[in-house]
Design a protein around this ligand. Structure first.
Ligand SMILES: Nc1ncnc2c1ncn2[C@@H]1O[C@H](COP(=O)(O)OP(=O)(O)OP(=O)(O)O)[C@@H](O)[C@H]1O
Ligand SMILES: [Mg+2]
Length: 252
């Protein structure tokens, strides 16, 4: 079986995680890399919007329906086959990539059985792709419970600030506490104004600097008019920076 490269984007809230994940996917698609699975593991999902694809259903929604008796499991189906069958509905096929939206975390019920099945399912699903690019929220909830614990490269995104660097450090500690297997992790300092150096900030974290994504007005205009990242001009500075990250860390 072909090997899967899993890239996870994590980091401080509102600093550009989803944007980085979307830009990575745009570049990988542009480079002809395939197949790619985009995973939106933020309960407040918006990776699809950035990519220009809407997922009709989420894994979380399907889990509720399949396990909590909202939908009956038809006779002749065992639970595992049924969940696999239902989960396929959550894969949204787009041009150059597929999108899987995890959705909200579980409610108060006990979902251990469901989560174990889900993790197995997602592990098998992911292994069918050459690339898995995940957008995570700060607590890394889905990474720890529902998806793979093995990540090849994690980009921890922050704004250029000392507080941001401390958040990077905490997230990096969380990764270890949760027992995630992350082969390489790097800080990506996002929204860096022109002429601002970030080297001095690096003393506040033990995670090495992977790169900088400059403040890019093209992203702002894109957002303003509700366009997806595929509408960005080829020469957008943020895209150039993301190309650099791919060249340095994703070994294509
Ligand atoms: N390099 C950049 N230049 C300019 N604007 C940017 C850049 N990166 C992100 N932004 C803008 O910053 C805002 C937040 O970005 P984004 O949604 O990617 O952050 P996030 O970390 O995923 O946020 P959340 O924690 O809410 O999920 C968006 O309006 C986005 O367009
Ligand atoms: Mg986000």
């Amino acid at each position: 079986m072909a090997t899967t490269k899993t890239v996870a984007v994590a980091g401080k809230g509102g600093t550009g995680k989803s944007t980085l994940a979307a830009l990575l996917i745009r570049e990988l698609v542009g480079m002809g890399q395939a197949p790619i699975l985009a995973v939106d593991a933020d309960p407040n999902a918006n990776l699809g919007e950035l990519l220009g694809t809407r997922a009709a259903v989420t894994v979380g929604g399907l889990r509720e329906a399949a396990f909590m008796g909202v939908r009956e499991i038809p006779t002749g189906w065992d639970k595992q086959s049924w969940i696999e069958y239902k989960m396929h509905e959550a894969i949204e096929e787009a041009a150059g990539y597929d999108l899987l939206v995890m959705g909200r975390p579980e409610g108060p019920g006990c979902y251990c059985y469901a989560n174990n099945l889900l993790r197995e399912y997602i592990k098998t699903l992911a292994s069918e792709y050459a690339w898995v690019v995940m957008d995570n929220e700060g607590g890394l909830e889905h990474l720890s419970r529902h998806t793979t614990r093995d990540v090849d490269v994690m980009f921890i995104v922050t704004d250029p600030s000392v507080r941001g660097m401390r958040t990077v450090e905490r997230i990096s500690e969380l990764v270890d506490e949760m027992g995630l297997v992350v082969a390489e992790r790097y800080v990506v300092v996002s929204r860096v104004p022109q002429g601002v150096a970030v080297d001095g900030l690096m003393e506040h974290t033990t995670v090495p600097l992977g790169g900088v994504v400059p403040q890019d007005d093209a992203l702002f205009s894109n957002d303003l008019s509700g366009k997806d990242v595929f509408a960005l001009p080829e020469d957008a500075i943020s895209l150039g920076a993301v190309r650099g990250l791919i060249e340095r860390y994703l070994e294509i």
